[in-house]
Ligand binder design. Structure first.
Ligand code: SF4
Length: 175
């Protein structure tokens, strides 16, 4: 068993997910999540944000430096780009739901900077119940995976961003 798993009482957030989840309940409970080691490194849990009426969920990899400090998803450079793309596509951000596969910022120090580090399979699996619960509450028609980590977490390891980027794929997660 990997060291990080043996040190942790949980390897999945599943036991923490409320029985009758709502977005506020999920967000509140996830604040105390320690299901993987990342809670020690991030400032706070950065839960998804948006309306439960959303027809589209945008899923990124994990919060970045700015998101970690603000406690909100997609408010840093990736958020500015997302806002620009949404504006160009004529989509109001207030009408969509945005979240990440992993809810804590994983980083390593480089001088005074905190540099993004890709979450590993254990962390992605541990955090997955939060994303599943968000999807179950919002029931989107479409899920947009922003990047390879999100796409592989939701569509499987065989997803290849170089070949399948921008394509509409069938999934049980959203009709
Ligand atoms: S990354 Fe996810 S599973 Fe890990 S501690 Fe944070 S909220 Fe919990």
């Amino acid at each position: 068993m990997p060291k990080s798993m043996s040190q942790n009482p949980f390897t999945t957030a599943a036991p923490l997910v409320p029985e009758r989840p709502t977005l506020p309940k999920l967000r509140d409970t996830a604040k105390g999540c320690q299901a993987c080691e990342l809670w020690k490194r991030g400032t706070q849990t950065v839960f998804g944000e948006g309306t439960r009426e959303a027809e589209v969920i945008f899923v990124g990899e994990q919060p970045g430096d700015k998101e970690d400090l603000a406690g909100r998803p997609f408010v840093g450079p990736a958020g500015w780009l997302l806002d620009k793309c949404l504006a160009e596509a004529g989509i109001d951000r207030k009408l969509v739901y945005v979240t990440n596969v992993v809810k804590h910022f994983k980083w390593e120090p480089r001088g005074k900077r905190r540099i993004h580090k890709k979450p590993n399979a254990i962390e992605i699996a541990a955090c997955r119940p939060w994303l599943d619960a968000e999807i179950a509450v919002v029931k989107p028609k479409v899920i947009v995976c922003l990047g390879a980590t999100a796409a592989q977490a939701l569509l499987g390891k065989s997803f290849r961003v170089t070949q399948q980027r921008g394509k509409l794929l069938k999934s049980e997660l959203a009709p």
